[in-house]
Design a protein around this ligand. Structure first.
Ligand code: ADP
Ligand code: MG
Length: 255
């Protein structure tokens, strides 16, 4: 499954998300330092870097799970600020998938997926269920729709979590180490679903340690180091012609 890479020759694309000199402190710790980047429609951006380098915090600022201290974040033309209306609009456009799947244990897969469309979008039950089943089919879980999370494997639960995000028809999906909590034999079924989404044109920002995924599905790699983006590069130069000693050391440890 090869992802269609936007070519350099294509017309200039509008960024879906821009971050401009974003800073974040936790008490005395300065965990995001002037982070500036942009994410484009249809792009798969992969964020890598050592533990504690600020990857999760950055991802979480993009939908206001963390509030940035200074700088600007604009999502699809909407400024991420203290306006509740802006935040609601942005949360509708930005889906997030976590390491821990965070499914509701007392709801079936189908109910987990149809819940937000019913509550937030006020979709009628039948319509929401039909759409949910369609999405569960897309992630290969049509036969598990009526199971509860504890009856599903970790890989299946994470696919339900992805389906749940998709149900809100987000413009961009953020993934924070979506396979880190999984047994090794379940990692690929989740990565395959993510590759399918990428191939279908979904805009994705993915924090991961899965370097093969980064190489195969990523359009761009961002390397975080101590709260800053130390390098942004296409996968080929990033992995095959890496000059930066710190990034070389990181890749040497992880691959
Ligand atoms: P990564 O995802 O790259 O491992 P994080 O964004 O989770 O890094 O963390 C960056 C830094 O911020 C770390 O030093 C971490 O300990 C600190 N940190 C993260 N979340 C909090 C929090 N809620 N309160 C205090 N410190 C935090
Ligand atoms: Mg993290």
């Amino acid at each position: 499954m090869s992802h269609v890479h936007p070519t350099a020759a294509a017309a200039p694309r509008a960024p879906l998300i821009t971050a401009e000199r974003v800073n974040k402190h936790f008490g005395p710790a300065h965990v995001l330092r002037d982070v500036t980047t942009a994410f484009y429609e249809g792009e798969v951006a992969v964020i890598v870097g050592a533990s504690g380098s600020g990857k999760s915090t950055f991802l979480r600022t993009l939908n206001r799970l963390e509030k940035h201290d200074s700088g600007r974040i604009v999502v699809d033309g909407i400024e991420l600020d203290d306006s509740v209306r802006n935040l609601d609009a942005i949360r509708r456009e930005v889906g997030m998938v976590f390491q821990q799947f965070n499914l509701f244990p007392h709801l079936t897969a189908l109910e987990n997926v149809s819940l937000a469309p019913r509550k937030v979008r006020k979709a009628p039950r039948e319509e929401a269920n039909r759409a949910a089943l369609e999405i569960l089919t897309r992630v290969g879980l049509q036969d598990h729709a009526h199971k509860h999370p504890h009856q599903l494997s970790g890989g299946q639960q994470q696919r339900v979590a992805i389906a749940r995000s998709l149900a809100m028809q987000p413009k961009v999906l953020l993934f924070d180490e979506p396979t880190s909590a999984l047994d090794p034999e379940m990692i690929n079924e989740v990565l395959d679903v993510m590759k399918d989404l990428a191939a279908a044109g979904m805009t994705m920002v993915v924090v991961t340690h899965e370097m093969r995924f980064a190489r195969e599905a990523g359009d761009r790699i961002l390397f975080f180091d101590q709260g800053s983006i130390l390098q942004e590069a296409a996968p080929d130069p990033f992995f095959d012609d890496q000059q930066h000693p710190r990034i070389r050391a990181f890749l040497g440890q992880i691959e």
